[in-house]
Ligand binder design. Structure first.
Ligand code: F6R
Length: 616
């Protein structure tokens, strides 16, 4: 959600911090702030709005400093404002703190601090932390790092923290529980980030903090990491890793927006997701990351898929893939509901958690719950080294490359690719599909990147359809079978970036209610590719036309029946039914994208949203 960047070293801190905030802005973008250590004192600049507003505001200010912390916010407690923006300062101005996460017991802590005389300037949960740390430090007369460790034992919830203090002007204290934080190690300098984006430009040597870790970061000195859960607070040996990210991946590469770049990157993303996983003779599809747990998966009595948003839609596609190919029941769960409804989980269940970021709080909670019940827990995620990757027993990366646009595109198709590989591999090994069906699907999967290329060529035509949809206040998306999740995903993309109200439905469900909405003003986007239920979908389209709805269809090339019934018709190459979502989703992404552009919306940073929802 929020983005954290911090620096301590011999270089000018401000350009590193502001550049880092720009790279992190996709995580939250309602306000931003920076605290700099200048001549032993902390200077604070905060601004409501974008990082560029903060930078403009600082243009005529003195920003000379070698140590600082900076933050871009996604509001949880308190509206976007300068007061609520981070960093937050202690009353005496000696400590500045930035925070990502939620302090769940902030009300009781705040009341306690208010009773002993602390006053609060903001409505945030975060400000509690700065006063609490200051209070513990003053009462116990402790060095700041020890005060932080003690204070954090009283905090319920999640946090990634970076703290600046006048006690040790060069030093940063950072801490993590439930929200990601990594330390980039340079030569005599350190970089802190809530992900690798603000760090990769400077170093690839990183340490991912673990839950409970508190690190003292001082240039020219080794990192000192201790964990609040270790009673003796012994120093841990830092585990250095290589940051799997490149700067190119974070740039727009000639595209107007990240979202468009990511839509067009899908052929490559899918190729990368398959790379090394299908052997030359196509006899074996194998996902290295799950080999150890393959027999558990082959003997699973049930698969539970837990995810949120677009990743949940990928899970719905997997339900069709797994049930058709492996013949094992699959339940697809909203992670946020699953965790709170006392679900029945058996030891022979396999839970697959899907998440682009690997940091979605609800998905991680579902993982925790399934582990507690003894189930096998497998992860599918895009961000290497993310919490999901570390908390699951095994898993597969999607290798789609960083996804910066807030609306998920290439991560979805890469997730479906990995899920298809998983289903094919298990089906082949358990013998639930014939050799010829297996080969047909593997061949088709390998041809998906080329098929997507063909769809991408239709961008200009889809732009014309967008002109029409952009004038409408509502839209309905319909699909059946494996295309039902495609309809849901099409509707989600449209609503989240263009703010047009859109609903996705299984086509046959329409007559049980939503049909009441259809009149001459309602665009109905129907995914009607070649499939088992094609004729039924045609009947559903007839029902729409009978009520004067405007049909926009996605069909298999050569189709004339649905084409003749549609105002606009997008043709996609023939694809095996089970793999159709990989191709059919793409025109809907392009449609949503152009509708949003026409309506003047910020497609990369839609209002109210943030990438990586690390709060409940
Ligand atoms: C929609 C979108 C969100 C995410 C959801 C889960 O375009 O991006 O719905 O899919 O917040 O995020 P991850 O996949 O990171 O767990």
């Amino acid at each position: 959600m929020c983005g954290i960047v911090a620096y301590s070293g011999y270089n000018e801190a401000y350009p590193i911090l502001i550049n880092g905030l720009r790279r992190l802005e996709y995580r939250g973008y309602d306000s931003a702030g920076v605290a700099l250590m200048q001549d032993g004192k902390i200077t604070l600049y905060k601004k409501r709005g974008k990082v560029s507003d903060l930078d403009e505001f600082c243009a005529d200010k003195n920003t000379e400093s070698h140590v600082g912390i900076a933050h871009t916010r996604w509001a949880t407690h308190g509206e976007p404002s300068e007061e609520n923006a981070h960093p937050h300062l202690s009353e005496d101005g000696s400590i500045a703190l930035i925070h990502n996460g939620i302090v769940e017991n902030y009300v009781s802590l705040k009341q306690e601090l208010q009773r002993i005389g602390y006053t609060f300037k903001s409505e945030t949960d975060t400000e509690v932390l700065v006063h609490l740390i200051k209070d513990v430090q003053a009462k116990e007369n402790l060095p700041l790092a020890d005060a932080v460790m003690l204070a954090l034992t009283r905090v319920e919830g999640t946090y990634a923290l970076a703290i600046l203090s006048t006690d040790n002007p060069d030093q940063l204290i950072v801490a993590k529980k439930g929200s990601p934080l990594l330390i980039g190690v340079g030569k005599n300098e350190y970089f802190i980030g809530s992900d690798g984006a603000p760090i990769v430009e400077y170093t690839k040597k990183v340490v991912y903090l673990e839950d409970g870790d508190v690190a003292v970061v001082t240039p020219k000195k080794p990192l000192v990491i201790r964990n609040i859960n270790d009673e003796e607070h012994l120093r841990k040996r830092p585990y250095f890793q290589k940051l799997e990210m490149s700067l190119d991946q974070l740039e727009k590469g000639g595209f107007e927006t990240y979202m468009l770049k990511e839509i067009f990157e899908q052929p490559k993303a899918i190729t990368d997701s398959m790379r090394g996983r299908i052997n030359l003779k196509k006899d074996v599809v194998s996902l290295g990351g799950i080999i150890e747990y393959e027999s558990k998966m082959m003997n699973a009595k049930r698969f539970i898929i837990a995810a949120c948003g677009t990743s949940w839609h990928a899970g719905l596609v997997a339900e069709y893939l797994f049930e058709s190919l492996i013949r094992v029941p699959v339940e697809v769960e909203y992670a946020s509901e699953f965790r709170y409804r006392n679900p029945i989980i058996h030891e022979d269940d396999v839970l697959i958690a899907i998440s682009q970021s690997g940091e979605t709080a609800d998905t991680l909670a579902a993982v925790e719950l399934a582990k507690r019940h003894g189930a096998t827990v497998i992860g599918i995620c895009n961000v290497v080294g993310s919490t999901l990757a570390r908390e699951t027993m095994a898993g597969s990366y999607t290798h789609a490359g960083p996804e910066i646009g807030v609306a998920s595109t290439k991560a979805f198709t890469a997730q479906v690719t990995v899920l298809a590989l998983m289903a094919l591999s298990l089906a082949h090994k358990t013998g639930t599909i014939s050799r010829s069906q297996y080969h047909q699907l593997v061949n088709d999967l390998e041809s998906i990147p080329d098929k997507i290329e063909m769809v991408l060529k239709q961008e200009q035509f889809i732009q014309k359809i967008a002109q029409f949809v952009a004038t409408r206040p509502n839209a309905i998306f319909l699909g059946r079978g494996v295309n039902y999740p495609v309809a849901l995903e099409g509707a989600l993309k449209l609503k989240e970036i263009s703010y047009i109200h859109a609903e996705g439905y299984p086509a046959a469900e329409m007559k049980h209610g939503p049909i009441a909405l259809i009149d001459e003003h309602m665009p109905v986007i129907v995914v009607a590719t070649e499939q088992q239920t094609y004729d039924k979908v045609v009947s559903n389209i007839q029902e729409v036309i009978a009520r004067k709805g405007t049909v926009i269809s996605v069909v298999t090339e050569g189709d004339t029946t649905v084409k003749n019934m549609s105002k606009f018709c997008i043709e996609i190459p023939h694809t095996e039914e089970l793999l159709t979502p990989l191709v059919a989703t793409v025109p809907l992404q392009i449609l949503a994208y152009h509708v949003a552009l026409i309506r003047g919306c910020n497609v990369d940073r839609p209002r109210n949203l943030a990438k990586s929802v690390s709060v409940e």
